[in-house]
Design a protein around this ligand. Structure first.
Ligand SMILES: C[S@@+](CC[C@H](N)C(=O)[O-])C[C@H]1O[C@@H](n2cnc3c(N)ncnc32)[C@H](O)[C@@H]1O
Length: 258
């Protein structure tokens, strides 16, 4: 489990408003191509940052349904979407969506499917909720593209193995083409969004990841605290010396309901 104390929440707030994660959100929104009057689903809406953007895009004649299993996240979404009358926020999860069949023009799920325990069931459910020809956008990291330069590759490999345990599926993009086809979708594009950082900016995706990875490995006893701290300190040192390098690929799958 990822645990979020007050300091981590602050870090997440800064990163989620930062350029890297904003770019990811905008790329997934573009892929969904919202139109005025659409009824859209934001599955795993989190704090509602894309939900509110979608609500503005579909306008008063459209509707956006934000669904998340976390009451805390939904509270954040409620604040983000305050005053937006065309948003419905509901507690729920993938595979059991509280939405009527055949009513959605489109659905987006950003950085959520890696946590979903039964992806085929989630896709089948989404298919039943979409109209014929409805658009599905799923954006996730392909975690085996994660690269962080280090003088201690063995320790880096141990940290990456530990981090992969925070998700149910570290390779959602690689799984999706076959799973989408089997669930009755036509895949039309796999759109890559590459991340590369050579500095450690406090608002960056990698700054957030370094903190989350160290915390996850320590809190779940996947690595001795001293080793996790040394792993983290190496990256700060490399950044100070101008030797920092990070790369990771997010992939946006765009599919239509057959
Ligand atoms: C990394 S956050 C992404 C939030 C949001 N989509 C965004 O990009 O800002 C992952 C979200 O997925 C939600 N989540 C986890 N498991 C889920 C499931 N089985 N079904 C739906 N949402 C889930 C979490 O509660 C969390 O809000």
């Amino acid at each position: 489990m990822l645990s979020f104390d007050a300091e981590t929440r602050k870090l997440l707030d800064v990163s989620y408003q930062g350029a890297d994660i904003t770019r990811r959100r905008m790329a997934n929104m573009d892929a969904l191509a919202p139109a005025p009057g659409d009824t859209l689903l934001d599955l795993g809406c989190g704090q509602g940052l894309m939900t509110v953007d979608l609500a503005r895009a579909v306008g008063p004649s459209g509707q956006v349904i934000g669904i998340d299993p976390s009451a805390d996240m939904l509270e954040g979404a409620r604040q983000a979407c305050a005053g937006q009358d065309n948003v419905r926020l509901v507690e729920g999860g993938a595979g059991a969506l509280p939405v009527a069949d055949g009513t959605l023009d489109g659905a987006v799920s950003l950085q959520v499917f890696e946590y979903v325990p039964d992806i085929p069931a989630a896709l089948e459910d989404l298919r039943s909720k979409l109209k014929s020809g409805g658009r599905l956008v799923i954006g996730d990291m392909q975690w085996d593209t994660f690269s962080l330069a280090s003088d201690d590759p063995a320790r880096m490999a141990r940290m990456c193995r530990a981090w992969e345990q925070h998700v149910a599926a570290p390779d959602v993009p690689a799984q999706l083409p076959a799973l989408l086809d089997a669930a009755g979708f036509r895949l039309i594009e796999m759109r890559p969004l590459p991340y590369v950082s050579v500095t450690l900016r406090p608002d960056s995706l990698v700054f957030m990841l370094l903190h989350l990875m160290r915390g996850y490995a320590r809190d779940n006893d996947l690595m001795p605290a001293a080793e996790a701290d040394a792993w983290f300190a190496e990256q700060e040192r490399r950044a100070a010396e101008g030797r920092f390098f990070f790369a990771l690929t997010h992939v946006i799958a765009i599919a239509l309901r057959r």
